[in-house]
Ligand binder design. Structure first.
Ligand code: CP3
Length: 354
């Protein structure tokens, strides 16, 4: 049977490769989920971990935003801590709170709770979900894994935290256990994205949301080498990688040479400065404040236009928010952003060079 899929590379892949595009690609972190009425109507009230056992349902949720918005990518519906459910960490994801570990990692005696994943046993539902998604999609599926610092922050603290004190205490005082944890979490991330790519994901995003809690010196000493191994491992899979964190502006000089194809900026970063400084060596993604979706539509679209203009010095650019879609967001506003980026994005990015 002949494939009906388009043959020219999708705009997202072109942009991540810093190649010319015929439209500016756009997708949203957390595009699937509570902001969509069609999600709320099929989601039920069980933990997301329960939903993830059902590949048909997980795939349906993954595809919903593509159908509604015409975004340039789907992102797999899962969670950064989901791969750890089979380990003896008493892991749960509590609605309104986030990941909770009843048996957290606090010292050397706990390290054997982290064990390598067996893809056949631990990731078969995820693999099936990716299969269903990629056979239905005409745009790329983005796979993902958590960055090791961010995942560690949940597994060590045992719950979402503001200051990551237990995590940093372990990092400073027991460097050997820290590196052991980082090694194990990178192994898990590589197994997870390996399965996602083997089943058809064509981009990988590393969500390291809380990495901005570290000083550049501590980032370099405690995390950077592990991210280098993660980026190199994703490269061997033959897909581009995006590294996203919140509050990374002071870390950008350290992040830039790690080996990721692109960096996702949060809204506190100056997109134009980043584009001028780093746009020659990396693609950039971001970075509209998700709260701007609560402004009136004319204001919102002016903000989208300003973001596109700021991105112009970067050869490769992907429009996104600076963090995830907030649950109370009006889906109509997201649809308006997608149309605007597709219709006017290219002109706004090139105008200043004419
Ligand atoms: O972009 C996407 O929607 C893809 C799927 C995805 C989810 N979580 C689904 C999810 C991704 C990439 C994540 C990553 C994730 N999970 C991060 C990094 C990105 C970020 O937002 O900073 C973090 C920090 C987590 C941890 C986590 N999981 C939190 C803080 C929460 C929110 C808890 C709540 O209910 O407010 C979750 C749960 C979660 N993960 C939901 C979704 C859609 C919402 C709850 C649900 O539907 O049950």
């Amino acid at each position: 049977m002949q494939s009906t899929k388009p043959t020219s590379p999708p705009p997202l892949l072109l942009a991540l490769g810093r190649l010319p595009v015929d439209r500016v690609p756009v997708w949203f972190m957390r595009q699937a989920g509570r902001s969509l009425p069609e999600y709320r109507s099929i989601r039920g009230s069980e933990s997301i971990l329960h939903v993830l056992k059902d590949p048909e349902l997980s795939a349906k949720i993954t595809l919903q935003p593509v159908e509604r918005y015409g975004v340039d990518a789907a992102i797999l519906y899962s969670d950064i801590v989901a791969p750890y459910v089979s380990m003896p960490l008493e892991l749960d994801i509590v609605p309104g709170l986030g990941p909770v570990a009843g048996a957290p990692l606090r010292g050397p005696g706990d390290l054997d709770r982290l064990r390598p994943l067996d893809p056949d046993r631990d990731l078969s539902a995820m693999a099936k979900t990716v299969d269903i998604c990629t056979s239905a999609l005409e745009v790329p599926l983005i796979g993902f894994a958590g960055g090791p610092f961010t995942v560690a922050s949940y597994l060590v603290e045992g719950r979402p935290s503001r200051d990551y004190l237990l995590t940093k205490e372990l990092m400073f005082n027991d460097e050997q256990s820290w590196h052991h944890i980082m090694d194990a979490l990178v192994d898990v991330a590589l197994t997870v994205v390996g399965v996602q790519v083997a089943h058809g994901a064509s981009v990988v995003q590393v969500f390291d949301s809380w990495i901005g809690a570290l000083s550049p010196r501590h980032f370099n000493r405690f995390v950077k080498g592990h991210l280098e191994r993660l980026a190199a491992g994703i490269s061997t899979l033959g897909v581009p990688s995006i590294y996203f964190g919140v509050g990374t502006v002071g870390l950008l000089p350290e992040i830039i040479d790690i080996g990721f194809a692109a960096i996702g900026l949060d809204w506190r970063s100056n997109l134009r400065s980043a584009a001028l400084k780093y746009g020659g060596s990396m693609a950039l993604q971001g970075n509209l404040d998700p709260a701007v979706l609560f402004a009136t539509e004319p204001l919102l679209l002016a903000e989208v236009a300003a973001t596109l203009e700021e991105s112009a010095p970067a050869a490769g650019y992907v429009f996104n928010l600076g963090h995830g879609v907030l649950p109370a967001t009006d889906p109509g506003k997201l649809a308006a952003v997608v149309s605007f980026v597709h219709e006017s994005g290219l002109a706004l990015r090139t105008e200043e060079f004419e």
